[in-house]
Ligand binder design. Structure first.
Ligand SMILES: [Fe+2]
Ligand SMILES: [Fe+2]
Length: 144
């Protein structure tokens, strides 16, 4: 059964609250990461924070456009005193975000909301880039 407009707005607000959390988590992790090998990763994390901010702005605009009220709720933020653990937390958040957005695109397109789906598609591509950045920073080998 296709979702109602109210349900779509609720889901976009859920996505928005995760974008807020991602932005804060990246700012905090960028400040806490330490060691010469993390200089480049810190710059990347700060850039991710800016892009999550941009995503939050775009989602807020779409929620308002659809007749909803953008949430000010922030989802759970994870942190650690361990460099690698922080990057793993960020990677998990990106994988979750990407999974959420791919589902959202499908839900929006089922309702023929191709315009909003397009915006989500653009955000999803950036989350995929973030996932790749973090996999590389963690030295994850993808060859099967
Ligand atoms: Fe994002
Ligand atoms: Fe991201």
């Amino acid at each position: 059964m296709p979702l109602t407009l109210e349900q779509i707005i609720w889901l976009l607000n859920l996505d928005l609250s995760w974008e807020y959390a991602a932005m804060i988590q990246y700012i905090q992790h960028a400040a806490m990461l330490t060691g010469p090998e993390y200089t480049y990763v810190i710059q990347e994390e700060l850039q991710h924070a800016q892009q999550e901010h941009e995503h939050a702005v775009r989602l807020s605009e779409k929620i308002q456009y659809l007749g909803g009220v953008p949430t000010v709720q922030v989802q759970q933020i994870l942190t650690s005193l361990d460099n690698v653990e922080m990057l793993q937390q960020d990677l998990q958040a990106e994988r979750d975000a990407l999974a959420r957005y791919l589902q959202r695109i499908e839900q929006l397109e089922t309702l023929h909301m191709y315009d909003v789906a397009q915006v989500i598609r653009e955000i999803a591509v950036v989350e995929q880039d973030h996932t790749i950045d973090l996999e590389k920073a963690l030295g994850i080998q993808k060859v099967r």
